[in-house]
Design a protein around this ligand. Structure first.
Ligand SMILES: [Zn+2]
Length: 448
């Protein structure tokens, strides 16, 4: 459950926070003054525009050392996906073979007699133990490596503070979900994986609804964006797209990193548009508007609901796989591990190990789900705000942590967002078809 849910939560959170726009070099592309448009059909000054050449010219702006570091950082992530899963299996194996799992269960049984309450009494020490055992890998992945590539703005204590908060939130979430799922398992030991999926999806939905209001402010300070032309323009675009937001917020993501991001979150009266200070400080007007067009696309196209639905289906298969793997493994090793059956919380590490193998194998599936909706938001954004060059430039900023130009197979397996090449070619393809529109014709001059 923890890994399954964590994978799904991670996908949702990644998506909610946009996880989208980081900057490598300040943008210095020339822009032409915007002329007052004329409806008369004048010949396009960009008649020789070629979408493929324009894409290549954009990509060529990130070269040499910057390109090599970007590729190295992102390709290191491929290895980490596998390392994570193998590490999770090893941690489970240690906990089971040393008899720690059975001992934690025996401890829970000594304290309370009601089976419902034995589960949280097992899950809390179990989660802390796993957190401690995976801590070295976490420090490497989230602190040392991020610093090595210059992506973090935090010292160790600041990072550790955020880690502690995230761990506490995770501990509460995992304990609640696991306790409910074990109650489901006791009632329906054969079909628990179906009902367990429904419970997880319900929990995920609640979490996604409350996270922007209760969880996000634990990590960052949110305040209304100061009044001005930018705020009025953003709210005007939101109104035109039917987004019921009446305020725009700014948050201090620069306390963690340089990553440029924004999101549209909330439901039923709490809808709000949030943009981080990196986006405001490091991007031009056109780039900011282009990024917000993308984020509004997620809202208008109901991507949260779609993502929860797809992740729910993936979770269903994952739970079925975990159930099957559990039975096979416990039939052979159950006695050595002192795990009695599927309803015994001491078997949780077995479910976790099988689930981490499943989610490793399902990486291309979960990535394709998010990558597809991200591409939809890209095309929605450019249609809504008509800033193909702004979006292309913002995309180049991602090159700091996302390889710009992968092979199609690499993109299919490892990319949770479209690659820089895919996104920029989408923008240039759009632009090629809108060259004679007055705003595009008179807009910023992009590479040919
Ligand atoms: Zn997005």
């Amino acid at each position: 459950m923890r890994l399954g849910l964590t994978a799904a939560l991670a996908a949702i959170l990644l998506f909610l926070t946009g996880a989208a726009f980081a900057q490598s070099t300040p943008d210095a592309a020339p822009t032409s003054p915007v002329a007052v448009g004329s409806l008369a059909p004048v010949p396009s000054p960009q008649a020789g525009f070629d979408a493929v050449k324009a894409t290549n010219a954009y990509l060529a702006q990130v070269h040499g050392e910057a390109r090599a570091r970007s590729d190295e950082y992102f390709e290191g992530g491929y290895v980490l996906i596998v390392v994570d899963a193998v590490y999770a299996v090893i941690v489970s194996a240690i906990i089971l073979w040393l008899g720690l799992s059975a001992r934690m269960r025996d401890f829970a049984e000594r304290i309370v007699r009601i089976r419902f309450w034995q589960v949280p009494l097992y899950v809390i020490p179990y989660t802390i133990l796993v957190g401690a055992m995976t801590f070295p890998l976490t420090v490497y992945k989230d602190f040392i490596r991020e610093h090595h590539f210059g992506l973090s703005n935090q010292n160790f204590m600041q990072w550790f503070g955020d880690f502690g908060i995230a761990f506490a939130v995770n501990l509460v979430a995992v304990t609640i979900v696991a306790t409910i799922i074990y109650a489901v398992i006791r009632r329906a030991p054969r079909t628990w994986w179906i009902w367990g999926t429904l419970v997880s999806v319900a929990f995920l939905t609640v979490f996604v609804m409350i996270a922007p209001v209760f969880v996000a402010p634990l990590f960052n300070h949110y305040q209304p964006l100061k009044e001005g032309p930018l705020k009025s323009e953003i709210l005007s675009i939101a109104r035109s797209e039917g987004i019921p937001a009446n305020n725009v917020y700014e948050y201090d993501a620069s306390r963690q990193s340089k990553i440029v991001s924004a999101n549209v979150s909330g439901l039923w009266g709490t809808t709000r548009i949030s943009m981080n200070d990196n986006l405001l400080n490091r991007c031009t007007h056109d780039e900011i508007i282009a990024v917000l067009g993308h984020e509004m696309g997620h809202y208008v196209l109901s991507h949260v609901a779609i993502l929860i639905t797809w992740d729910g289906l993936l979770l269903l298969v994952g739970f079925a796989f975990a159930n099957w793997g559990f039975k096979g493994l416990v039939a052979v090793f159950g006695q050595s591990w002192k795990v009695r059956g599927i309803d015994d919380p001491a078997g949780l590490p077995v479910l976790m190990a099988v689930a981490s193998v499943f989610f490793l194998l399902a990486t291309p599936v979960s990535n394709t789900i998010t990558r597809t909706i991200e591409a939809q938001a890209d095309i929605f954004g450019v249609n809504a705000v008509r800033e193909p060059d702004g979006f292309a430039k913002a995309t180049l900023m991602l090159s700091e942590y996302r390889k710009l130009d992968p092979t199609p197979l690499e993109e299919f397996v490892f990319y949770d967002h479209p690659s820089g090449r895919s996104r920029i070619s989408m923008m240039m393809r759009w632009k090629a078809e809108h060259l004679n529109d007055w705003d595009i014709k008179n807009g910023p001059v992009s590479p040919k």
